[in-house]
Design a protein around this ligand. Structure first.
Ligand code: 5AD
Length: 356
């Protein structure tokens, strides 16, 4: 799809036209990644963060937030719980915890891989390539690092670099690919200052990066952050942080990256609690990431306020299964690896075979 067409869809408001977009994205989803919805157990292992991102409740400047780091045994217990619940993947997520020893996490990854059949995905923020390599060698399969916005000026504004750290996010995404990780990235939708043209460029960037996973959610203002204290973004070019806009981005991401795994995100479910997962699944998504973080920590991982996931985790698990089946889909088994990578590998083999 051309840039102008993406831009047109982002501005579209007519329900009948939008219904066509959802149907098209849903058909591409069915054809390219099938009817399975993969569940990934999310464990938020630490809310310590050295960064000062102006939108995120975990920012170092939020001194009111009590901080925690899970122990290796606690993380292992979550891994066993994920297996019991039938999940194929464990996602370890954290703020950029400067006090964390990368070797410690490598050992945790090794223990999870030795004790369970789970695939391990990491969402730990920006770390130097040698650390990313250490975790890959320890058995991590996937890495999630959103580029948040394709507009580098806006990115630097909302995401000031850590003193003395020169890591560039797009270069890190390439380094992750070179390390043979499955790579996930994506954007925040409706960040104050984000324009329609920027969002269209972000969708183009998703395709250029050949992502294995695309995670996109609406921006939700957090009162303990500089952006959350400002008035909401305004003006005709400001992208609204709505469920409808999130669905448009999911659908366009599905069309731009047909074989990619795309979650119906917790942020979407948070702003549209009744039907957020269903809406996401109907317009291109094929993944849900239920929260497995222990109760004593869960409320402290407050990236934004009001996050869903307050019921008992077993109930939520049953509820999510029921909701997946109610929209005519089926819970996937196994790790739900990247279909994009499988196809890329097969076509390489076919090309190599072609010369014989
Ligand atoms: N609203 C919505 N999503 C947020 N994230 C961080 N802060 C917020 C917020 N206020 C998202 C970022 C990050 C992911 C882990 O959480 O996009 O990549």
């Amino acid at each position: 799809m051309k840039f102008d067409e993406v831009l047109h869809w982002l501005r579209e408001t007519q329900p009948a036209a939008l219904a066509r977009l959802w149907q098209h994205a849903d058909a591409v989803r069915r054809r390219c990644v099938g009817n399975d919805v993969h569940l990934r157990g999310l464990v938020e292992i630490s809310n310590r963060c050295a960064r000062q991102c102006t939108y995120c409740g975990l920012r170092a400047g939020n001194e009111a937030l009590p901080r925690y780091s899970m122990t290796d045994d606690e993380i292992l217990q979550c891994a066993h719980r994920a297996v019991e619940l039938g999940y194929g993947t464990l996602v370890l997520q954290s703020g950029e915890d400067a006090g964390m020893d990368p070797q410690w996490l490598a050992d945790v990854i090794r223990r999870i891989r030795a004790a369970t059949p789970l695939a391990v995905a990491l969402s730990m923020g920006e770390w130097p390539p040698d650390v990313l390599a250490l975790w890959r060698e320890a058995g991590a399969d996937r890495y999630l690092l959103r580029f948040e916005t394709a507009d580098q000026e806006l990115f630097l504004q909302v995401h000031p670099p850590r003193a003395g750290q020169e890591l560039k996010r797009l270069e890190l995404l390439r380094a992750l690919r070179d390390l043979d990780y499955e790579v996930g990235s994506g954007v925040l939708i409706g960040l104050p200052g984000q324009t329609y043209a920027e969002l269209a460029l972000s969708i183009k960037l998703m395709a250029e990066l050949e992502l294995d996973m695309v995670g996109c959610g609406p921006y939700i203002a957090h009162p303990a952050t500089p952006l959350g204290r400002e008035p909401a973004g305004a003006g005709p070019e400001q992208v609204p942080a709505t469920a409808l806009m999130t669905c448009k981005v999911l659908a366009l991401a599905r069309l731009a990256c047909p074989h990619t795994n795309i979650p119906a995100t917790t942020a979407l479910a948070t702003i549209d609690g009744e039907t957020g997962y269903e809406a996401g699944l109907r317009c291109g998504a094929n993944v849900i990431m239920p929260n497995l973080t222990p109760w004593q920590y869960r409320r402290l991982y407050e990236v934004y306020p009001g996050k869903v996931g307050v019921m008992d985790e077993a109930d939520r698990h049953l509820e999510i299964r029921r909701r997946i089946e109610a929209v005519g889909r089926k819970v996937g088994s196994g790790a739900g690896d990247s279909p994009r990578r499988t196809i890329a590998r097969m076509s390489r083999t076919a090309c190599a075979g072609g010369g014989v």
